[in-house]
Ligand binder design. Structure first.
Ligand SMILES: Nc1nc2c(ncn2[C@@H]2O[C@H](COP(=O)(O)OP(=O)(O)OP(=O)(O)O)[C@@H](O)[C@H]2O)c(=O)[nH]1
Ligand SMILES: [Mg+2]
Length: 326
């Protein structure tokens, strides 16, 4: 995510290190020593303020992804610890600045040590929180930027059915493709041009036929995209799979249909280039039943590996989407 790339969160240890380095360079007197400590702590925690601002404006899709790996309470606790520390540090700095200008010798020295200790310990209390926030920022930096207003085609389906192959065939997205389940572990975004309109194509990890509560972290990322992003969904199935029967794959479809909040859902019977006539016929028939039951709008037969076939399907779905946007 682009906005997160400009944020840096320093850990408590990094802040201490910075203070130590400044001391080594030398400080003029106690007053400027204390000011330096205060300034380093405040400037090093600007990142947490920016993060707080970023999180306030974050869309539900990102929150859902965050909540898969982080506890929201822990994040909030970290943010408010830093906000409190900054506010109190400013107050203490003003208080001890005044003391240092009126006290003399031993009293001034004591006030200096006490003030510095109190200011630093405010941030020591946030030590754990800062680590959480630092990890959160790194996590956000690695997330793809998704434009909520661009027309979007989301690929979904069981593992190993060809979702990533489809995304590679039609868009600039470069998700890894391999012949084993759960190759894709993250949301991947690609772009394609449709009659001059920039369309997002989103690859998601594979899903199994089980309730969301039982899903692993990787599957939950797919659920976040399916629930929270706007767009049309192409659900692929693999009629040649030895790993999951077509019937089970269509059970996954039922689960997905329940997550979509009215998004247009299409089924693609993939790998038509290697499937036998019987396999294709059975998969098509069963998928058509899902259409009759009102779960999906239409069934396509395709080989995602062939660019022109995948692009034809993508273009038709996107034209429908643009004609009848959600
Ligand atoms: N013959 C043929 N093979 C395909 C086709 N589409 C995908 N494959 C192969 O199927 C395997 C899985 O493809 P992926 O695109 O990685 O599947 P996926 O659905 O993204 O898998 P996960 O990320 O694990 O959920 C790879 O070996 C692909 O080359 C197709 O249309 N025809
Ligand atoms: Mg994949």
């Amino acid at each position: 995510m682009k906005d997160a790339k400009e944020i840096y969160i320093a850990t408590y240890e990094e802040m201490l290190e910075k203070i130590k380095k400044r001391y080594e360079k030398g400080v003029k007197d106690r007053l400027s020593g204390l000011q330096m400590v205060h300034d380093v702590l405040i400037s090093s925690t600007e990142g947490a303020v920016e993060l707080r601002r970023l999180l306030r404006g974050l869309r539900p899709f990102y929150w859902r992804l965050i909540e898969i790996e982080f506890s929201r309470e822990e994040v909030e606790r970290g943010l408010s610890c830093v906000a409190k520390a900054r506010a109190l540090a400013r107050r203490l700095w003003r208080k001890y600045r005044r003391l240092l200008t009126i006290l003399e010798r031993e009293e001034a020295r004591r006030a200096y040590v006490e003030g510095r200790g109190r200011i630093v310990s405010l941030f020591k209390r946030c030590r754990k929180g800062l680590v959480v926030l630092k990890n959160l920022v790194i996590f956000l930096q690695r997330l793809p930027s998704v434009d909520p207003n661009a027309p979007t085609l989301i690929l979904a389906g069981p593992p190993n059915v060809g979702k990533s192959t489809f995304v590679r065939s039609v868009s600039s997205g470069r998700p890894e493709v391999a012949d084993y389940p759960f190759t894709t572990k993250q949301i991947v975004v690609g772009h394609m041009d449709h009659e001059g309109v920039k369309v997002q194509v989103i690859d998601t990890p594979g899903l199994l036929d089980r309730p969301v509560e039982d899903m692993n972290v990787i599957e939950r990322r797919a659920v976040a995209a399916l629930k929270e992003l706007n767009g049309a969904v192409l659900f692929l199935i693999d009629p040649t799979s030895s790993y999951m029967s077509v019937e089970r794959q269509l059970k996954v479809l039922e689960g997905v249909a329940g997550l979509l909040r009215g998004k247009q859902l299409y089924v693609g019977v993939n790998k038509a280039d290697i499937a036998s006539a019987e396999q294709l016929e059975e998969a098509y028939r069963r998928a058509e039943e899902a259409v009759k039951r009102g779960l999906a709008l239409k069934v396509y037969t395709l080989a995602a590996i062939k660019e022109e076939e995948a692009s034809r399907v993508a273009a038709e779905i996107v034209s429908n989407l643009l004609r009848r946007p959600l």
